[in-house]
Design a protein around this ligand. Structure first.
Ligand SMILES: Nc1ncnc2c1ncn2[C@@H]1O[C@H](COP(=O)(O)OP(=O)(O)O)[C@@H](O)[C@H]1O
Ligand SMILES: N[C@@H](CCOP(=O)(O)O)C(=O)O
Length: 318
C-alpha cells in the first residue's frame, strides 16, 4: 500500500484550517499507488485527495508539477486541480512532509485493459500534449537516457534476479542511447500514463492523474511509454490491435511525423529500459516487510526484448 506517512486527526484538522474547503467529515489512506502517500478526504464541501510527497519527488519540482496540472485543467484536460489555501499557496507542510490537496476525480482505472480502452487513451495522450503547449516553464526528464547508466550502476545484485542481467542491460543501454533520436518534437509529457493513472466512467475517460513524473521531453516517447504499458498481454505478447487503436486515437488529434514513426522502435526500447531500471532498483532495494510490494522488473525485460526485435515501426501497426 502507499501510505508511507501517517496523518493524525489533529494534524489534518489543523492543516485544513489553511483552506476554504469546509470541515473534515472523514478521511482514509489509499492503498493504491507507489510513490507518494495519498488520502481520500470527505469534507462538508465534497471529496478531495490529499497527497504527501515522498522520496522520489524533488520538492523543488513540486511547483512545476502543480503549475502544469493547473494549466492542463484550464486548457480542457480533466486532471486533478490543486486547491489553493486561503493565502494562495498550493503546497503546505503536514506531518513532516510537503502536502497538497487536489480535486477528486470520479471513475476507475481498467484492471484489465481491453481494445476499447486504447483508442480513447491515445486520444487523451494527444490532448494532453496539445493542452500542455503554452505552459512556458520546462522540466528536464530526470529519468531520461542520461539517467539510465547511473541507475543501472546503482542496481547492485542485478544478477541475482537473472544471471548475466547487468551485462546484458549494459550492452542494450549503450545501443539504445547511441541510437536515441535528437531532433523529434518535444513538449510536456506525462511520462507515466499507465492504466492505473487513467480513470474511465461509462466507457469514456473521466480523468488522468499522477503527474509527478511529468517533464519536457519527446512527445513520441510518451506514446512509446503507453505502447509498453497498454498493449502487452499478460503472457507478454504484443497486441498489435491495441497498438493500432492507441495510435489511431493519438493521431486523430496529433499527427506523428515520418521521423517520429520511424523512431518508435528505439523509443519503445528506451521506455521499456526506463521502467525496467526503476523497477529493478526498487526490487533490489525494498526491504522485506515494506509497505509497498515492488513491481516485477522482468515484465519490462520481456517487453524490451520484443522492442529490440522490432525491425521497424510496422511492428506497432504504423
Ligand atoms: N484526483 C484523484 N481523484 C481520485 N482518486 C485519486 C486521485 N489521485 C489519486 N487517487 C487515488 O490514489 C491512487 C494512487 O494515486 P497515484 O497518484 O497513482 O499515487 P502514486 O503517485 O503514489 O503512485 C490512485 O490509484 C487513485 O485510487
Ligand atoms: N508506473 C510505474 C510505477 C509508478 O507507479 P505509479 O503508481 O506512480 O503509476 C511502473 O509500473 O513501474
Amino acid at each position: 500500500m502507499a501510505v508511507y506517512t501517517e496523518v493524525t486527526d489533529e494534524a489534518l484538522t489543523a492543516f485544513l484550517e489553511r483552506y476554504e474547503i469546509g470541515t473534515l467529515l472523514a478521511y482514509r489512506g489509499i492503498a493504491e499507488g507507489v510513490e507518494n502517500s495519498n488520502y481520500a478526504l470527505k469534507t462538508t464541501q465534497g471529496d478531495f485527495i490529499l497527497t504527501l510527497y515522498e522520496k522520489r519527488v524533488n520538492p523543488e519540482d513540486l511547483p512545476w508539477f502543480l503549475g502544469l496540472m493547473e494549466h492542463l485543467a484550464a486548457n480542457g484536460l480533466t486532471c486533478p486541480l490543486p486547491v489553493r489555501a486561503k493565502d494562495g499557496q498550493n503546497l503546505n507542510p503536514l506531518a513532516g512532509k510537503i502536502a497538497a490537496i487536489t480535486t477528486f476525480l470520479p471513475g476507475v482505472w481498467p484492471r484489465r485493459v481491453g481494445i476499447e480502452h486504447c483508442e480513447p487513451l491515445g486520444a487523451a495522450l494527444a490532448k494532453l500534449h496539445l493542452a500542455g503547449q503554452g505552459f512556458a516553464a520546462t522540466r528536464k526528464n530526470g529519468l531520461g537516457p542520461d539517467a539510465w547508466g547511473p541507475l543501472l550502476a546503482k542496481c547492485e545484485g542485478a544478477d541475482s534476479v537473472q544471471p548475466g542481467l547487468a551485462a546484458e542491460l549494459e550492452g542494450w543501454l549503450g545501443q539504445i542511447t547511441a541510437a536515441w533520436p535528437k531532433d523529434l518534437p518535444v513538449g510536456h509529457i506525462h511520462a507515466d500514463l499507465f492504466p492505473d493513472n487513467v480513470f474511465f466512467l461509462n466507457g469514456e475517460i473521466s480523468g488522468l492523474i499522477d503527474f509527478y513524473f511529468a517533464c519536457t521531453d519527446i512527445y513520441a516517447y510518451d506514446v512509446a511509454i503507453c505502447l509498453n504499458a497498454w498493449c502487452f498481454e499478460r503472457d507478454f505478447s504484443f497486441n498489435a490491435t491495441k497498438s493500432r487503436a492507441l495510435l489511431r486515437g493519438y493521431m486523430a488529434h496529433r499527427e506523428l511525423s515520418a521521423a517520429e514513426q520511424a523512431a518508435m522502435p528505439v523509443l519503445a526500447q528506451g521506455a521499456a529500459m526506463r521502467f525496467l531500471l526503476t523497477r529493478l532498483y526498487d526490487w533490489l532495494n525494498t526491504p522485506a516487510g515494506a509497505l509497498v510490494t515492488p513491481k516485477d522488473p522482468m515484465d519490462y525485460y520481456r517487453r524490451l526484448r520484443f522492442h529490440l526485435a522490432a525491425k521497424d515501426a510496422s511492428a506497432y501497426g504504423l
